[in-house]
Design a protein around this ligand. Structure first.
Ligand code: ATP
Ligand code: LTN
Length: 326
């Protein structure tokens, strides 16, 4: 049996790139594997957060994940800080990783170069992520390209621990979304759609109103030709619209291109497809948002299921390390 684990940080708003590049695959995977999905609020603390905002973003992200189709009867959905084994496992992983290894993480280099305040947690972040994964004996970790190096490090740490202390952790493997799932910025189609983009006009949020979605897609950057063709290098803007249209309607970008000879109709249909894709998600989200107590109940059930697995793995690791049983 495969076991899937993945995490998403409760920072900023979920955009179409997160949805098509990652979250729709989570929804599919839950039916194929034993899956755990985690709102990684402790990872968000690597940068100072406003407490009120963090609390509400964490709850809203969980509601959005439920609205997208994660079914708490099928998968395990929980909040990282609700399962205390994550921080305990992180310490063990910090003591397994070398400073040199952590220093080589490109995400740390990028983020610390831009930050005014660089916390110790930002540096040890990959050790917490390794603990997230290893505590659940995950075999597969669906992530975007940016997390590739962190999953590689997780494998190295698990192997090192196992060879020092005996077989304890399962060695996980990263899985990447199929090609074409990388959604680009509508205003700068050679960069990925991102919550930290310069212009909000290039990013479609999952909770954007239909009018806003239509406006953003209508104004999307294309090129001076008129031909509709999927060619990422020569026509990044048009190709991005075709991948979005394709992903929203279950087709490849090439299939989506058939029948278009002008940009106008392509944009109108892409906007309509995105609005239709998001409509049921937004409706379910609105319902869930009216009953925060129910979401918190579901998260408590998820945390209970997660803790059962995490506690057993942590006990195994502590025993292997020679920590005196309490
Ligand atoms: P941002 O660049 O907006 O900060 P992110 O990568 O930080 O986005 P996360 O919340 O860290 O987003 O990641 C959630 C998931 O969404 C990750 O698996 C990430 O790879 C994926 N993802 C983010 N942006 C895109 C995109 N434009 N296209 C496809 N997948 C994406
Ligand atoms: N670092 C990831 C989020 C994350 C994660 C994980 C992903 C934290 N723990 C475990 C997969 C498995 C990010 O920033 N996208």
């Amino acid at each position: 049996m495969t076991r899937v684990f993945s995490g998403i940080q409760p920072t900023g708003n979920v955009h179409l790139g997160n949805l098509l590049g990652a979250l729709v695959h989570w929804v599919e995977d839950q039916h194929r594997s034993d899956s755990l999905y985690c709102v990684v609020d402790l990872h968000a603390l690597t940068f100072p957060q406003d407490p009120t905002e963090l609390r509400s973003t964490t709850l809203r992200l969980a509601q959005l994940l439920l609205a997208i189709g994660l079914d708490p009867d099928v998968c395990t959905l929980f909040v990282q800080s609700h399962v205390p084994q994550h921080t305990q496992g992180a310490w063990i992983m910090e003591c397994t990783a070398s400073v040199g290894e952590l220093r080589r993480m490109t995400q740390f280099k990028d983020k610390s170069a831009k930050a005014q305040f660089v916390s110790g947690g930002l540096f040890t972040y990959p050790a917490l992520m390794a603990a997230d994964i290893l505590l659940y004996d995950a075999t597969h970790v669906p992530v975007g390209d940016d997390q590739r190096q962190h999953v590689e490090l997780t494998r190295d740490l698990a192997e090192r621990f196992n060879s020092r202390y005996g077989q304890t952790f399962v060695i996980p493997e990263a899985t990447y979304p199929r090609a074409g799932a990388r959604v680009m910025d509508l205003q700068a189609p050679t960069s990925k759609m991102s919550k930290s983009a310069e212009s909000a006009a290039g990013t479609i949020l999952v909770l954007d109103e239909p009018k806003a979605i239509e406006r953003k897609i209508k104004r999307a950057v294309t090129d001076t030709e008129t031909e509709v063709r999927y060619d990422v290098a020569a026509k990044p803007g048009v190709s991005n619209l075709l991948s979005i249209l394709g992903a929203a309607t279950g087709r490849t970008p090439e299939e989506a291109a058939v029948g278009y000879s002008q940009y106008g109709p392509l944009k109108t249909d892409t906007a309509e497809a995105v609005v239709e894709l998001l409509r049921p998600i937004q409706a379910r989200y609105t319902e869930l948002a009216e009953d925060p107590a129910e979401t918190r109940r579901l998260l408590a059930v998820g945390a209970g299921k997660a803790e059962e697995i995490a506690a057993a793995t942590l006990a195994r690791a502590k025993e292997a390390l020679g920590l005196l049983p309490g």
